[in-house]
Write a protein that binds this ligand. Sequence first.
Ligand SMILES: Nc1nc2c(ncn2[C@@H]2O[C@H](COP(=O)(O)OP(=O)(O)O)[C@@H](O)[C@H]2O)c(=O)[nH]1
Ligand SMILES: [Mg+2]
Length: 404
Amino acid sequence: MIFISLLLTSLVLTCAEDNSQGYCIANEQSCATQLEEEEEKFIFYDVNPPEGFNLRRDVYMRFAIMMSEARKQGRRKNWNLVLPPWYNLYHWKTADVSNEPLPWSMFFDVESLKAFAPVVELHELFSKTKRKHFQIDRLYVLQNFPNAFENGVFDDKWEINTHCDYTASFWGYKNVTVKEIVCVKFQGMISKLWEVVMQSSHKYVMFAHGEIPLHDNYGSKSFWECRKSMKFSKKLIETAKKYISENLHCEGDICSTYISVHWRRQDFARARKRDVPSIKGTSTQIDKAIKKHNSDIVDVFIASDAQYSELIQLENQLKNLGYRVHFYSPTENDLQELRDGGIAIVDQIICTHAAYFIGTHESTFTFRIQEDREILGFESSTTFNRLCPDTGRCEKPSKWTIVQ
Ligand SMILES: Nc1nc2c(ncn2[C@@H]2O[C@H](COP(=O)(O)OP(=O)(O)O)[C@@H](O)[C@H]2O)c(=O)[nH]1
Ligand SMILES: [Mg+2]
């Protein structure tokens, strides 16, 4: 573990040096023109290590929209976004599939991502530069301001900080290093990050804690355009569609033959007891929802991170109520090929196509399913449903409906 603390003096020197190397005010036209004529440049980012796959997908969207919006305005045309490899994710527990950094093409249709924003996989950059050792010029470690509502208001702002603790790690690549680390307190919209980027004329700039900047406009038209471009890889779509066809008897995109449930357990069952039901409460709620939506449905698909013993209990209870219960159980071969990340996506795709979906409150895994259902054109009432706790308040889920 490398802990880096930076001294104010070195930062002052760095900034002074940058001023002489082409520092300019980000919004000035002369500045934009001057820089855009330059060589290609790259923004790297990373996310707080414990964050899961589906929050990371949202962080990607913030950066991708930032790149795409700048280009739409005819600016920053020489800047590209490097897709951070998927590495060492906290929830990916299958021990025997090797823990190597995975490219985005394992999970997504990268050509579709590229049609929305100027993105490149890290391995593409390695082969472009033909270097054995890759050095990032400057890494900004983003931090929250200690008090987000100073003087009672939430302002968009950033400020260089004197120090921060940061464990330098580059997706397991030992041949990636960084020349200089700068700590930055940041809050507000991601487009403001351009001001930080334009602090220097470096070619390779990275942000750690990319989850700190927020969407400029959550749920906007650009948001949905970006979201639509996040198509899954062909392999994952084919695997899910084959499962649906063979087990749930549906060939199209909008199925009427089954309902799906995202039953988030693990940390949610431990730490969010007030938001999630017991096993018994889960089966009762599923039964009620089916009777209300379409009592002819007998097939229930469950996506879950629950332990095997919990799944069996839920399955038995639903069977006793007369339902056929389905789980996607990958073979050893599937697991080797798709990895934990791909298996979770297959679960998501199967949930997406169901006649009716019930999710888990405040799970980003659930949110991503709801978005895909919006994109496919499901009636919102079949999508924005949640499992409630056995007792107490059950807040209605927020409806993030599509904007065309
Ligand atoms: N296969 C599978 N994995 C799941 C399911 N629910 C959660 N997980 C795993 O747990 C992780 C949860 O983290 P995240 O994606 O951040 O979603 P959130 O924590 O529910 O907001 C997922 O990325 C999956 O790896 C599920 O229904 N099926
Ligand atoms: Mg999470």
